[in-house]
Design a protein around this ligand. Structure first.
Ligand code: ZN
Length: 479
């Protein structure tokens, strides 16, 4: 549990009025004491920021966006955002699946510290989140989530005054419903400072985009009827995913191409949804005062290392490399930032951009403001990720050395370290055994990191609610 500090009321009041101006309306969430650090008097570096719009594009691989170099996919709005803002080319998720990665994004803590990992996929009340901090500083905080694993009972609603998790008899809902709710929220709050988290889950398995996106990338000769026939025969469900996994490396080329085409169709569909939201910002004149952040929580395997249509297996590059974009209201053009970054950096960066009080000593992430302004680069940055599968005695840890582009992965069960080199496209090549000195160095760094960031003990009386257990199973997150 993180310590808390009581901040004098007058101090809070001064901060409140010095920040975003409008107070939230309606019933606010539970009040929490947000710890203030020494930087609390920082002025706003970007004074025009009044609103924050955070998109999380669940399961979207970095290399599947045109703005990140894909030669054929159609993602015009995302590409426009990328090419108008700060594009981080070397961005990593802290884990390979939804709950721990989003929890790291929201708390600026590594998964081992926030503890929202299996067998405890819950964001505990004592954690301080983006929404807690922004609510305290005058933002009206809203969220529209697309998957049942984010229902309010998983704790992700804390800090939000508005939390739309309305899913009826399904584990997820399509992007158009998310867009509808998100645009309603923006239209109704356009005169107040708001923070809105918009979560799209369409790229998550099973891939079944609506027309016309279902045939966007299917090759010549494959009709809609043929595609439906294929889906029916292949039963592209979680069961099929398990089948693919069990046939490690044996999915045939045709199946893989169709699955990839459907996945890309989902991404183009998401792009269209984001276009609706961004266009609303422009129509309402909110583009001039809204900070837009676009990230995903993890990627997806399409045959790399023999894994298909899944991500919750290990910490390979296809699942921990993510798109990561900041679009500032006063952005003058495209900047590519090659310094390595992680989701934990979003919270310290956005509150710095807004010039509000923040508990800097508490965060595990780095404030990227100086990277945006090119006044400083990281002298060194190691990006750490972790994955804790069901089996209690098997854990994965990875470290990416941002300077040398080496990556080390440790699996606790085998007590074995794997060393990889990363090329300019972040594709890894196994060079285990070639550089024992590097392996020893990264072993010591990983060991130190685990010591520095204690693993949170699971809440002893926590029981996964039956409904969440069912959702995790249907979505392929548990056996
Ligand atoms: Zn996810």
């Amino acid at each position: 549990m993180r310590p808390r500090t009581l901040v004098p009321a007058l101090f809070i009041l001064c901060l409140f009025y010095s920040c975003q101006g409008n107070s939230p309306t309606g019933n606010g969430p539970e009040d929490k004491t947000v710890r203030s650090g020494p930087d609390c008097a920082a002025s706003s570096p970007v004074t025009s920021i009044k609103n924050i719009l955070l998109f999380t594009l669940d399961t979207v691989r970095q290399d599947q966006l045109g703005g990140y170099g894909h030669p054929a996919i159609k993602t015009p709005m995302l590409d426009r955002c990328i090419r108008s803002g700060y594009q981080f080319s070397d961005a990593y998720a802290e884990s390979c699946w939804t709950i721990p990665s989003h929890a790291s994004l929201f708390t600026s803590l590594y998964p081992r510290t926030h503890g929202a990992i299996r067998p405890h996929p819950h964001l505990d009340d004592e954690l301080i989140t983006i929404a807690d901090v922004l609510t305290k500083h005058g933002f009206y905080c809203g969220a529209v989530v697309a998957a049942s694993i984010f229902k309010a009972k998983t704790g992700f609603n804390q800090g939000f005054s508005y939390y739309d998790d309305h899913l009826i008899a399904s584990e997820s809902r399509p992007g158009e419903l998310i867009t509808e709710k998100a645009t309603e929220f923006i239209a109704s709050r356009r005169h107040h400072s708001f923070f809105l988290w918009v979560h799209y889950f369409d790229a998550h398995y099973p891939y079944d985009p609506p027309a016309p996106y279902d045939l966007f990338y299917c090759w010549e000769g494959l009709s809609r009827k043929g595609k439906k026939s294929f889906q029916k025969s292949r039963k592209m469900t979680v069961t099929d995913k398990a089948f693919a996994a069990s046939n490690h490396g044996e999915t045939n080329t045709t199946d893989l191409e169709i699955a990839r085409a459907l996945y890309q169709g989902e991404i183009s569909y998401i792009d269209k949804q984001i276009e609706h939201v961004i266009r609303l910002l422009y129509r309402e004149g909110l583009d001039k005062n809204t900070l837009v952040i676009l990230v995903s929580d993890h990627g997806e395997y399409f045959g790399e290392d023999g894994y298909y249509y899944q991500h919750m297996v290990d910490l390979g590059q296809p699942v921990i490399t993510i798109p990561y974009v900041f679009l500032l209201p006063d952005a003058q053009g495209h900047e590519i930032i090659t310094e390595p970054v992680q989701l934990i950096d979003v919270l310290p960066t956005l509150i710095r951009l807004c010039g509000i009080s923040h508990p800097q000593p508490e965060f595990h992430g780095k404030d990227l403001y100086r990277l945006l302004k090119k006044t400083r680069s990281f002298s060194q940055r190691y990006c750490y990720s972790e994955f804790h599968p069901t089996s209690e005695d098997k854990h994965y840890y990875s470290l990416v050395d941002g300077r040398t582009k080496y990556k080390q992965v440790l699996t606790s069960q085998e007590q074995q370290d794997f060393l990889y080199s990363l090329d300019q496209d972040n594709i890894e090549a196994d060079i285990s055994g070639q550089y024992p000195d590097k392996i020893r160095l990264y072993q010591s760094l990983l060991s130190q990191w685990k010591q520095d960031y204690d693993q949170k003990e699971a809440t002893k009386d926590y029981q996964i609610p039956d409904e969440l257990q069912k959702s995790l199973k249907v979505l392929g997150y548990t056996d």
